[in-house]
Design a protein around this ligand. Sequence first.
Ligand code: ADP
Length: 499
Amino acid sequence: MGIATSPTLDARVINFIGRTGKILIDGKWSEAASGKTFDTYNPATGEILARVAAGDRIDIDRAVKAARKAFEGPWGRMTSSDRGKLIWKLADLLEQHLEEFATLETLDNGKPLTISRVADVPLAVDLFRYMAGWATKIEGTTIPISVPYAPGAKFLAYTKREPVGVVGQIIPWNFPLLMAAWKLGPALATGNTVVLKPAEQTPLSAIRLGELITEAGFPEGVVNIVPGLGETAGAALSAHPDVDKIAFTGSTEVGRLILQAAAGNLKKVSLELGGKSPNIVFADSDMKAAIGGAASAIFFNHGQCCCAGSRLYIEQSIFDQVVEGVSNQAKKIKVGPGLEPDTQMGPLVSKEQLDRVCGYLESGFSEGAKATAGGKKIGNQGYFVEPTVLVNTDHKMKVVQEEIFGPVVTAIPFKDADSVLPIANDNIYGLAAGIWTKDISKAHRVAEKLRAGTVWINCYNIFDAALPFGGYKQSGWGREMGKDSLELYTEVKAVCTML
Ligand code: ADP
């Protein structure tokens, strides 16, 4: 474990990763019932970074029981104001440990430390604060009812929004801490209890967050954290008969498995899945902004974003200029280990992901695509791949149709808005889309026609705790963040009284 001897790393981080990561159930940390562990790797070197308890069915079962007990006990009795204060306190603690969390995230996921510091951790803090405010604002309505078959009768009818109950949450590795916050924030604000399973590639920040949750004073069992593999711990959580709802972010394939597992007790399901988002540049755009925006739409987080702008459509008359601009930007990106201060793009998260991205590059080249930037992996240590721009691609190619989840963009020319829209929409996904033009009426007309949960106009990858995010079509069910996310975590109860 080379990291343990690094002179530049915070001692708290070295200490934390040197301990075996444990499971948090009912406020106590323990090994897995089986005693098994799994390793998490440093993607910059491929070396083992830390050892973590491998939770499985028995641990999940204990965690669900603890969550049920907390739901029916102290958490259920707590006032919404006190609930909000705890969530706010967690945000404060996280902010105080920003540097530590940023380092953990970079070590485990590979992303540049500069990004973990300004994006991952502060956005998680902000999300918890936003959701803390909602705790006291979960309201129902009073509804005048007529009841035609009860002439003359008088009623008082109202609705309440109540927590769904015990929620299972399964999160991915691309934004490990932020995805934990997106899931925990609304679930806790609305009064649910949680069993959270982080991704096996990146479990460290969620485990450390569990320590802060305990420190903040959440009652035991409100948040249980069970690291483990997807096919064991994840599958057990999604199939568990006493889990009322499962919230998942990850691949569309696994989303389908979750859905099947959830069928047993018909638990509620929300899914945030894959994407293959079109980014459309019109000839009347601010070219400099569009080129910079198109590059960051795909290269941010190494393309490991479900909403990455991976299909770049460029109006014919400016095609060469935009491709050249984006390619030049791609060539200038400094790729390296996330801890190095001048790194702009780190390694991909895992060997599996590197192989997957390289497999897509090979498939593209074999079908006739050409790279105007990048096109191959870098070196033999760690999981680095070049930021890549592909041209000579057509609509039917795998690299244009399938989610690569890496720093690879395909550029395709188009004639006008009417011809680009059917192509932009012809994909199984519908998570996000981008439009670049100075013509505001065209921008909004095109935005209306795009079948996507988020449309960015003259910007890309803008996220806010108040802005709902989620997908049309096979990109998922439900919306995270914003007011809409509260609906995923509440049941509506209609109460009707005859007066
Ligand atoms: P990726 O393919 O990008 O690694 P996944 O969709 O496989 O993304 O993983 C996202 C999350 O889903 C992870 O926490 C993973 O452990 C979990 N997972 C994987 N397989 C299953 C499964 N069969 N049931 C439940 N969760 C799973």
